[in-house]
Design a protein around this ligand. Structure first.
Ligand SMILES: [Zn+2]
Length: 298
């Protein structure tokens, strides 16, 4: 009797141990880390170390490689869209997770402007813009979203890095070439597109943008308020932008431009790392992450 009890107890303990081992190995949920502003800031820093991300430059190519390899590590299906639009070479990076509906695109431009033509000092105006806020900040938030979004989702999410947004008016260049090329090649109709541009400013003030889809803007700003970012996402209209949301709107795709256009260093040589903060990147990242998870949770 005693021996049978000991035997049964040992068998039960062994089964429990096997159960815990199997569950740890097989059923541990994939890491779903929260969006981290410091990580996002390190992605801004990396892009600035590369130098200005100008078409044809080594820094530009290395940025493309960085986006591609980072997102592949987080199990996104990544491709580089190479095309020519209005005579310029365009390289967009597209990262896809999931399939079907809903279909949401979150995008940012990663190129930086060739000349700092808004610089207060005339001598600086032929220099390139470092593009910490105008270029690197949006791409950095996309990269951190790539790491923090859940791997199992309903429908599909695309993270898109647009090239050739920021060289309008220079040597025959027009604005927003990357997003125009992308929309012209797009098959099917996404349910929503959200653009992130100049969202790293330490003094973050994001107003409703006049041309953006109003219903989706309200969803996003409400999500920000819920997460405690009501001061950064101000529920009032301010600027009218020509930005990467424009081609989507022209194609009948609901789109929103999340942009802080009250940035004194815009298109100057002072658009540098010290103007950007982890807290601002996190405010935008968490807002977009929560909004995406509410649309795409299984
Ligand atoms: Zn710009």
């Amino acid at each position: 009797m005693m021996r049978a009890r000991i035997y049964l107890a040992s068998a039960a303990a062994l089964l429990l141990a096997v159960y815990i081992f199997v569950n740890k190995g097989r059923l541990a949920p994939p890491v779903d880390q929260a969006f981290d502003g410091q990580n996002a800031l390190s992605h801004v820093e990396y892009q600035l170390e590369l130098g200005p991300r100008l078409a044809g430059s080594d820094a530009h190519s290395r940025a493309v490689t960085y986006f591609t390899s980072s997102l592949e590590k987080s199990a996104w299906e990544v491709s580089v869209q190479e095309t020519v639009f209005q005579g310029q070479n365009v390289r967009n990076v597209i990262a896809i997770r999931g399939s079907g509906t809903p279909w949401t695109i979150v995008a940012a431009h990663y190129d930086s402007r060739q000349v700092a033509d808004q610089d207060p000092q005339a001598a600086q105006r032929s220099q390139p813009v470092p593009g910490a806020n105008d270029g690197a900040s949006g791409a950095a938030v996309l990269l951190e979203l790539g790491e923090s979004l859940p791997r199992e989702i309903q429908g599909q999410i695309w993270l898109v890095f647009f090239d050739a947004e920021d060289n309008g008016g220079i040597n025959g260049w027009d604005w927003i070439l990357g997003s125009r090329a992308f929309v012209s090649l797009l098959e099917g109709k996404p349910d929503a597109a959200v653009i992130l541009d100049m969202i790293g400013d330490k003094d973050l003030n994001i107003f409703y943008e006049n041309n953006s889809n109003e219903a989706i803007s309200q969803e996003l700003w409400a999500e920000a308020a819920r997460a405690g970012y009501g001061e950064q996402f101000i529920q009032r209209f301010k600027h009218s932008m020509l930005d990467d949301h424009t081609p989507f709107l022209q194609a009948g795709i609901p789109a929103v431009d999340i942009i802080d256009f009250d940035y004194p260093y815009w298109h100057t040589t002072a658009d540098t790392l010290d103007k950007v903060s982890a807290a601002s990147l996190e405010a935008v990242g968490i807002t977009v992450e929560n909004w995406l998870e509410s649309r795409h949770s299984k």
